[in-house]
Ligand binder design. Structure first.
Ligand code: COA
Length: 628
């Protein structure tokens, strides 16, 4: 499961075992969406230099000598042909990576969407705790989201920027009306923006029952809050008891299992209509029942559980349809959020949507009068047979096991925010990444292969690259931090500056299409597509080690207090989504309890210590310098 934040590593290797030819671009609509540059093929020399550096950070001298010889062989034997083929592909396509990426990272992956592939997102706590409040906030969030949909649809969003470079905006249009339809082998993505007809409805789920609810009138004007609320009241009236056969829970299971059920459901004409209505819904709203945090966890932690998986089949997991790109999750006590299916878009466009909704609340910009609903709420009945009911029971158990196993905590670091590294002339993102390295080392006495998402949206159709850690400079910094006897602070400070500068430089490389990971993937895929032997490099221990991520991270910055979260990409991994704000740093940390040697709370504690110690090193060393 790899997704933007490294969640796909195991899935890549799993998918590699299948015929790669079958995957190339099958379900991907390629659009030349903008005037942005095409993604260029990276330079081999740079990629292999990075490979050696990242290998050296993790290997002994003897192991590293062997790695150098494997790389030399690759350069002499396989590389020229593979690079030539890649160059041809890069010349022919607007983006040589994205069609591969969509399939390998997402559509061909067979593992369940929650909790690793589909992130959860949390709004700040809102001020309601009554059933009426739940409906009011559901209506307001829906209306605000639909206004954002219209802005995206009509190209009225201001382009995102990275410094002075505009970023590809196509992902915004993919957010709405989109569904990842389960298919055996490789799923299909149906984008809302590809339908010829106007989409005017959303789907509301309550107690596991699904309803079609109108959200736009025939002139594509958002319905008034009262018109939406009236429909939600009808939903409540018609969903008083739990659905005994909530088939949506199977969308939380392995994709082939769900695909088989989907096919079987489609044998019934009425089901076909209901499924089509769900596929074409602009988004889903889940009206949830109350849920309490497990012992030892906070309400904020519980909010993230609801956004990621719904708390298990006895709580709200049966109140989801995991194929839909956007599901707003509306609790009963002010906690709300989103479960989002990752295939069509990265976190930042989702963060921008959430920020926009918060802005609408701040400005109380809701339309309370205006178009009312022309059509009545429609219950979407889906008939199931005995076999499907058995699958529902099994998928419920599977979801319960996953929900129980995930240890997720919200952690806000309050002593300072990105203001401190900035004032010390250090990139905040690089600084935080070094804190992860240090925290991990202090717990496990080793350095973790680490994934961090970098955006490739400077290029047309761009998705992501991986900003890897540790580098040799990061390894040196961490070892100086923990050395006994202690290393002088000025030396540690220098090591931190070197490590963060190296990380930042690599970040810039990644964002400019000179990263290592996607290039190696390309060589591997193109060899397979052309029936060439898999180069020895890809079977080497170091390649395997580098692709077993023990820390999987993603930065999703927002203006409001919005947090994203996701599960770890491997059983022994930490999943960390972070939102560095000016005076505080927000982290969501996840691990699997079943692994036993990782703990989200322990990591949060070590992260706090690492961030405090790093500031102390900088302050002490700066003071010493000023005395000279
Ligand atoms: N001295 C002082 N200030 C510095 C600095 C330095 N040496 N280096 C950076 N800064 C400043 C920047 O100017 C910026 O200022 P701002 O807050 O006023 O905008 C701020 O510090 C943050 O910069 P930095 O921490 O270096 O990184 P970034 O914000 O550029 O983010 C990535 C880096 C890699 C996270 C980002 O480029 C990216 O790719 N984001 C997308 C990730 C994604 O897709 N996530 C979702 C996956 S689902």
């Amino acid at each position: 499961m790899l997704k933007c934040h490294g969640l796909m590593r195991p899935q890549i290797s799993q998918v590699m075992k299948q015929s790669v030819n079958a995957l190339a671009g099958n379900h991907v609509v390629i659009r030349q969406s903008s005037d942005l540059p095409k993604l260029p093929a990276p330079q081999p020399i740079k990629t292999l230099k990075h490979f050696l550096d990242f290998a050296q950070a993790l290997q002994s001298k003897k192991e590293f000598e062997e790695t150098k010889s494997i790389v030399n062989d690759f350069v002499s034997n396989d590389m020229p042909k593979l690079q030539g083929l890649l160059q041809k592909r890069a010349d022919a396509l607007p983006n040589w990576l994205t069609p591969w990426w969509l399939n390998i990272a997402y559509l061909a992956a067979r593992t369940p969407l929650p909790v690793v592939t589909s992130p959860g997102v949390m709004f700040p706590k809102f001020d309601f705790n009554t059933p009426e409040g739940q409906l009011e906030y559901a209506a307001k969030i829906s209306q605000a989201a639909i206004k954002f949909y219209l802005l995206a649809k009509n190209d009225q969003l201001k382009p995102d920027m990275s410094g002075k470079s505009p970023l590809d905006m196509s992902q915004y249009k993919f957010l709405f009306g989109t569904t990842r339809v389960p298919k055996v082998g490789v799923d299909e993505i149906k984008y809302g923006c590809d339908y010829k007809e106007k989409l005017q409805h959303i789907v509301v789920i309550r107690n596991g029952h699904l309803f079609q609810v109108q959200i736009l009138d025939n002139n594509e004007q958002p319905l008034s809050i009262s018109a939406i609320t009236q429909q939600l009241e009808k939903v409540v009236a018609e969903s008083q008891t739990p659905n005994p056969h909530p088939v949506g829970i199977v969308s939380s299971d392995g994709r082939d299992k769900w695909a088989n059920v989907y096919t079987s459901l489609k044998k019934d004409n009425n089901n076909v209509k209901s499924l089509e209505t769900i596929e074409k819904a602009l988004f889903v709203v889940c009206l949830d029942k109350a849920s309490d945090p497990p012992v030892g966890y906070t309400e904020k932690d519980e909010q993230s559980r609801q956004a990621l998986h719904g708390g298990g089949s006895k709580v709200n997991s049966c109140n989801r349809w995991f194929d839909k790109t956007i599901q707003f999750v509306i609790g009963t006590n002010g906690y709300t959020g989103m479960t989002y299916e990752h295939t069509p878009a990265e976190g930042p466009p989702v963060g921008a949507l959430m920020d926009y909704i918060c802005d609408q609340f701040d400005a109380n910009a809701f339309t309370s009068t205006g178009p009312s609903s022309g059509s009545s709420v429609q219950k979407l009945d889906i008939s199931t047979n005995e076999e499907v009911n058995k699958r529902i029971a099994k998928s419920s158990k599977n979801m319960d096991r996953i929900a129980e196993d995930l240890d997720i905590v919200a952690f806000t670091f309050k002593p300072y925010g990105k203001n401190f590294p900035k004032s010390s002339k250090i990139s905040p993102d690089s600084y935080i990444q070094m804190a992860y390295q240090l925290a991990f080392y202090r717990i496990h006495s080793s350095l973790p292969p680490t994934y961090e998402t970098a955006t490739l949206r400077k290029f047309t159709e761009g998705r992501t690259e991986n900003i890897r850690s540790p580098s040799t400079e990061a390894a040196s910094f961490v070892k100086k931090m923990v050395s006994k006897p202690p290393t002088p602070v000025s030396e540690i400070h220098d090591a931190l500056i070197n490590a963060t500068n190296t990380h930042k430089k690599y970040t810039v490389d990644c964002m400019n299409a000179s990263g290592m990971d996607r290039h190696l993937l390309a060589w591997k895929l193109i060899a397979s597509e052309n029936n060439l032997p898999t180069p020895e490099l890809f079977g080497s221990n170091i390649y395997q080690q580098l692709n077993h991520f023990q820390v999987s991270t993603s930065q999703v910055p927002t203006r409001h207090f919005i947090q994203m979260c996701f599960g770890p990409s491997a059983v022994d991994c930490y999943g960390i989504c972070y939102n560095p704000q000016e005076t505080e740093l927000h982290f969501m940390i996840s691990t699997f309890k079943s692994y036993g040697s990782t703990s989200s709370k322990k990591f949060a504690k070590e992260l706090q210590k690492a961030l405090i110690d790093m500031k102390s090193v900088i302050n002490k060393s700066t003071k010493e310098m000023s005395k000279l």
